[in-house]
Design a protein around this ligand. Structure first.
Ligand code: PAF
Length: 288
């Protein structure tokens, strides 16, 4: 496996290949990332991963400075998972000057849920993903794939739509969320949890599963009924000491609230949630 730090070295390393399969990450890798790397391998003739903590997608009060940087351990894991090239640029390499041009994703998809609670987050994500795609795919002549985890459900939808609207020749593949034995979704931020918080953390996924069950049981549920169920789910978590941002039932197609006319079938819905436990903000979701 080759580790490169500059765009020029990345392009040289990629020159002999036609079809990169790319897994962008911010490092501190877990089984969710490695699963994406393994899924990527048969999709192209070279498997590339990037490790870059992207300042642009963090608000000033968020954890950019403390986000774990674990390059050596990450490279060891990527090598074992079969990655061929790791691109780990310094900040000045990707942002040699302040990034004036940014990708503004559409409000209907990107200003709700995560985008509502983390304003500017998807601008930062789309901008860096566009830049990384330019670095990784510019020499490619064959099919290009990029893989994102479904744990960041809205993120993979926002990126999928960006690629579609810009007509980029990249196929977006979504990987299933990987979970710990108790059901907690794997996340780089789980490492922030204290022992007691770690034991409690699975309650977010349990609350989402219960919300999905309740929503489906309320057959023909009107949006107001769903809002009642969502409010109850948030209250239940709050009573356990969480600070929920949202627990909500949405249409899979566009992440909007189901309308009265929508048939509530499991295949059409996703439940999504975000909540803070102590100083750690966790997100999770289930396709119902
Ligand atoms: O999901 C992540 O780790 C990041 O948002 C991504 C896609 C690597 C962009 O920085």
């Amino acid at each position: 496996m080759q580790l490169v730090h500059t765009i020029q070295d990345l392009r040289s390393a990629l020159r002999p290949f036609n079809s990169p399969a790319f897994v962008p990450t911010m490092g501190n890798l877990h089984e969710g990332h490695l699963d994406l790397v393994r899924t990527a391998q048969p999709l192209g003739d070279v498997t590339v991963s990037s490790i870059f903590v992207n300042r642009l997608q963090f608000a000033p009060h968020e954890d950019f400075d403390t986000y774990p940087r674990t390059l050596q351990a990450d490279c060891d894991r990527l090598e074992q998972a079969g990655c061929d090239i790791v691109f780990a640029p310094a900040e000045k390499e990707l942002y040699p000057e302040p990034q004036g041009y940014k990708i503004q994703p559409p409000a209907d998809l990107a200003d709700i849920l995560e985008g509502h609670f983390r304003p500017g987050f998807f601008i930062g994500v789309c901008t860096v993903v566009m830049k990384l795609f330019q670095c990784v795919f510019s020499e490619a002549k064959g099919p290009r794939h990029a893989l994102f985890g479904k744990k960041d459900y809205q993120q993979q939808m926002v990126i999928r739509r960006m690629v579609q609207q810009f007509g980029m020749p990249v196929e977006i593949i979504a990987g299933e969320t990987q979970r710990a034995a108790d059901g907690l979704a794997l996340s780089s931020r789980n490492g922030y949890l204290s022992e007691a918080e770690r034991a409690e953390a699975v309650q977010l996924s349990l609350a989402l599963r219960a919300l999905a069950r309740d929503a489906l049981a309320a057959t023909g549920a009107m949006p107001e009924q769903l809002e009642g169920l969502e409010a109850r789910a948030m209250r239940a978590l709050a009573m356990r000491g969480w600070q929920p941002d949202y627990l909500t039932v949405r249409r899979r197609a566009d992440l909007q609230l189901p309308k009265a006319a929508d048939a509530l079938t499991p295949q059409s819905l996703v439940v999504l949630g975000a909540a803070r436990l102590g100083r750690t903000r966790l997100i999770d979701n289930f396709e119902v």
